[in-house]
Design a protein around this ligand. Structure first.
Ligand SMILES: Cc1cc2nc3c(=O)[nH]c(=O)nc-3n(C[C@H](O)[C@H](O)[C@H](O)COP(=O)(O)O)c2cc1C
Length: 358
């Protein structure tokens, strides 16, 4: 049952148009620098995050595991993560804890990416129902399965509510997150899955959990409202809620206005230029899912080529803003379009509060 859901997600996400909303990166303008006073070769795209050096601030998004197809995808993506020295999340590992015979589909990530930054993954609704002893066991199993450097817990209320067999159980999640932070012995990342994180959620996380990173996973890319409705065979409600959520560029600003830790930008990021914009408005790294699924389904060479292209686009954006380092990119001048300005003003977020160096 869980396994067939994983294959449904892969099949629907790769076979149909499931991207909705606008991440509003079209309203973030980096200012061209005609006199960068550096050579392209001087641009250093690397960063250090959770004690790992990444060749550029990119993390392969959380997607899958639990089936044969998922194992092939995870193997290809892990090889790419190792080859480029970037990060990689795995998909939710509940399936492998409940059905240990499927754990191999995740273990291939540790085997093929021994030195890369690897991030374990569990879902908030599922952990909300476990007692502390069982939860502690799930967390260690998830981490050990891929030799993870960090663990991500995903918040996905919109997905659960549209999923035919969904578990929209969010009571008590904050206490469980705080418990995971205490027992995981690894950095804790709290992420969404494509509907974004608001300033209020980030504030609650800061005061009650203390996560090491927040991945905003905003609106404007893959929509799980759409994917789950297609699985359910009725898309009327999904049409009503099409584009629901916080656009990714805005979610970065909302979270940055109250949170000083690591922000990972994701949700509809589709180029190295989008990634550079995300960093210029306050993120520390960026992540992408669906396009990598499509590339991995074509094979290792295509996935490798795709990530190489992203790296090159990111480097060009750094050069053309005169940014020698990723820190400098975080201070590059930007201009926002009217929707973002209006949103920030109605939410009382001063523009000067959204930059990385507050
Ligand atoms: C096929 C597929 C499966 C996914 N499964 C998970 C998952 O198990 N856990 C999770 O945290 N996010 C999952 N996601 C959500 C992604 O991590 C990401 O937040 C979302 O797709 C938005 O990024 P994108 O627009 O670049 O695809 C999945 C995404 C896709 C496309």
């Amino acid at each position: 049952m869980i396994e067939s859901r994983k294959d449904d997600h892969i099949r629907i996400a790769s076979g149909q148009n499931v991207e909705e909303g606008n991440n509003l990166f079209n309203e973030v303008q980096l200012i061209h620098m005609a006199l960068p006073e550096i050579d392209l070769d001087d641009v250093d795209t690397s960063i250090t995050i959770f004690n790992k050096r990444l060749s550029f601030p990119f993390i392969i998004g959380a997607m899958t595991g639990g089936t044969e197809t998922a194992e092939k995808i995870n193997t290809i993506l892990a090889k790419c993560a190792e080859e480029y020295g970037i990060g990689m999340y795995v998909g939710s590992q509940r399936v492998a804890i409940v059905k240990p015979e499927t754990a191999r589909s995740f273990r291939v990530v540790a085997e093929n990416a021994p030195t890369a930054l690897k991030i374990a993954n569990l879902g908030a609704p599922q952990v909300s129902r476990l007692d502390e002893k069982v939860l502690s066991d799930w967390v260690s199993q998830a981490i050990d399965m891929i030799n993870a450097d960090a663990i991500a817990i995903h918040l996905n209320p919109a997905q659960e509510v549209f999923q035919p067999e969904g578990e929209p159980w969010f009571r008590g999640v904050i206490d469980k997150l705080r418990f995971i932070k205490r027992v995981a012995n690894r950095p804790l990342i709290v992420k969404e899955v494509g509907n974004g994180i608001s300033m209020e959620v980030a504030k609650a996380l800061v005061s009650k959990v203390g996560p090491d990173a927040i991945d905003v996973a905003g609106t404007g890319g893959t929509s799980f409202i759409r994917i789950e409705s297609i699985r359910a065979g009725t898309t009327d409600e999904a049409d009503v809620f099409s584009g629901w959520g916080i656009p990714t560029a805005i979610s970065i600003c909302e979270v940055r206005s109250v949170y000083n830790g690591v922000i990972i930008a994701s949700g509809g990021i589709r180029s190295g230029l989008d990634g550079a914009k995300a960093i210029a408005i306050g993120a520390n790294a960026f992540s992408m899912s669906r396009p990598l699924l499509l590339a991995a389904l074509k094979g290792y060479d295509e996935a490798k080529r795709f990530i190489g292209k992203l790296l090159r686009e990111f480097k060009i954006a750094m050069f053309l803003t005169g940014s020698r380092s990723v820190d400098e990119l975080g201070k590059a001048p930007i201009v926002f379009g009217p929707t973002i300005i209006s949103w920030l003003s109605q939410r009382n977020i001063p523009c000067k509060h959204i930059r990385r160096f507050m």
